[in-house]
Write a protein that binds this ligand. Structure first.
Ligand code: ADP
Ligand code: MG
Length: 468
């Protein structure tokens, strides 16, 4: 049986129920080949354990059975598996004793890929809905300038009776909340319109299912399944660029749904017109509804997300640590959450309160990779001079007048918080001062920020302007 070319470079992840279905196909064919008697004695007792995308793991009840199957029916079994399991390379047969360990491994291997796919609604019930991430709700989504449009659009759709715009095309860089918003829509609809049928699926999964349907000539059922839904969400649609047959099918599904006034929601890492290797008519159709982009995060949004996470975790983390993270982990929200988790995990392990030093220590590698965007000592010195209206030469001099020592201390503090420079290094950059001087300055500013409103205001304004 010929297969689509598309799955050649494609790692296959199968749901346990799909593995079972494929195995049932193999069995049906073996039954015809071998006849009922042989089939019932040798093949029927075999159990399928898992399929990892290359290797099919089976179990027999005894070594005798295993040997017999391999010598007598191995060839046929292999041939049919090649035909029926995508990307199949080999099979193994475990004897019962071995099964326990193997199936444990298999469990881990097959749970993960399916986190990305989920179906809610009457026909499929809660089994699939379990794959929606419970944390990805509207309540847990922190709104800021970069994502307010996408958020508003998602909420509108979740609450609407008829599609307010069709399709909704969400796009933005990795880790900025596209999947979170899509899951949030699905959760909200389950709450407010439980009878609506919703499919959430990664484009990768859509393609895989389609390839499978082609293989088994079940494309009619495939089409029907998709065309029956009220809301179809396809995540990371850039994945099907260059995959022409899948695009074609997607285009038809898409049109059928939109023409029937069903809601379609698409996400991608680029705008429709920037998607490469996509058919022109598909691109233009994708842009028909509302195109909402999620922009890179701002300092305020990052801080807001950290604060809400900390609140949810019911832990205490000093404000300066959160501010430090918000400043320094600016790449995306997934990394930001990862950094926070690491800091929290570390402090739980060693049983110490989290402070700035520990944080810097624990995150050294992450910080380095985020360093490109970070402000320099020179930036800080210049901004501080502008702000307090002092000369750079004075800031770096040994003068101790209050009008100069305050800006100097603030500048040192900002260097400590916003750069990864060590205390001695900062001291050197401030006219060759000692590291104890810098330490003293940092402490002084921290204390003053707690007690003197003007101080904390100055520091925050400066910090913000440095992060722009
Ligand atoms: P994407 O799909 O765009 O790559 P995700 O939706 O997977 O990104 O988001 C990555 C992580 O960041 C998730 O854990 C998600 O909960 C979190 N996240 C993203 N945006 C927000 C937000 N505005 N508020 C709270 N958490 C967010
Ligand atoms: Mg995603």
């Amino acid at each position: 049986m010929s297969t689509s070319k598309e799955d050649e470079d494609y790692q296959v992840f199968l749901h346990p129920t799909q593995v079972q279905t494929l195995w049932d196909h193999v069995c049906e064919r073996l039954k015809i080949d071998l006849g009922d008697a042989l089939y019932t004695s040798w093949i029927a007792p075999l159990k399928v354990i898992s399929y990892d995308g290359r290797c099919l793991n089976l179990a027999a009840s005894s070594r005798f059975m295993k040997d017999r199957i391999q010598t007598q029916h191995g060839e046929k079994l292999l041939g049919l598996c090649y035909e029926i399991f995508p990307n199949f390379e080999d099979y193994t047969i475990a004897v019962r004793q071995e099964i326990i360990n193997k199936s444990e491994h298999a469990e881990v291997a097959r749970v993960d890929p399916f986190q990305n796919e989920s179906i809610a609604g009457e026909e499929l019930g809660d089994d699939y809905a379990a794959a929606l991430d419970t944390r990805f709700t509207f309540e847990n989504f922190v709104i800021g300038k970069p994502n307010e449009l996408a958020y508003a659009a998602a909420l509108r759709i979740a609450e609407a009776d008829v599609p307010p715009f069709n399709p909704l095309f969400l796009y933005g860089g990795v880790g900025l909340g596209k999947t979170h918003l899509m899951h949030a829509i699905a959760w909200q609809i389950r709450k407010t319109h439980p009878s609506k049928r919703v499919i959430y699926m990664s484009a990768e999964k859509f393609m895989y299912e389609f390839v499978l349907a082609l293989r088994f000539k079940t494309t009619v059922a495939f089409k029907e399944r998709f065309r029956k839904v009220d809301i179809l969400m396809i995540d990371d649609v850039q994945f099907i660029s260059g995959k022409n047959t899948t695009q074609e099918e997607f285009f038809h599904t898409f049109n059928a749904l939109v023409d029937n006034n069903r809601q379609v929601i698409i996400s991608a890492d680029k705008s429709p017109s920037d998607l490469e290797d996509m058919e022109e008519r598909l691109i233009s159709r994708l842009g028909w509804g509302l195109v909402a982009d999620i922009h890179p995060t701002t300092y305020e949004l990052r801080l807001g997300i950290l604060q809400s996470k900390v609140e949810a975790l019911k832990i205490k983390i000093p404000a300066d640590v959160l501010e430090f993270l918000a400043v320094r982990i600016s790449s995306n929200i997934r990394e930001l959450e990862g950094a926070l988790n690491r800091v929290v995990a570390h402090s739980t392990l060693v049983g110490r309160r989290i402070d700035l030093d520990t944080t810097q220590d624990v995150l050294r590698d992450l910080l380095r990779s985020n360093d490109r965007r970070v402000v320099t000592v020179e930036d800080i010195q210049q901004k501080v001079c502008d702000y307090y209206n002092v000369k750079l030469s004075d800031l770096l001099s040994t003068r101790r007048a209050q009008a100069i020592s305050k800006p100097r201390q603030v500048a040192m503090y900002l260097c400590k918080v916003l750069t990864s420079k060590s205390l001695p290094e900062i001291g050197r950059r401030f006219g060759g001062r000692d590291h104890t001087t810098v330490m003293h300055a940092v402490k002084r500013v921290e204390e003053a920020m707690e007690t003197i409103r003007e101080y904390s205001n100055d520091v925050n304004v400066l910090r913000r302007s440095l992060m722009l």
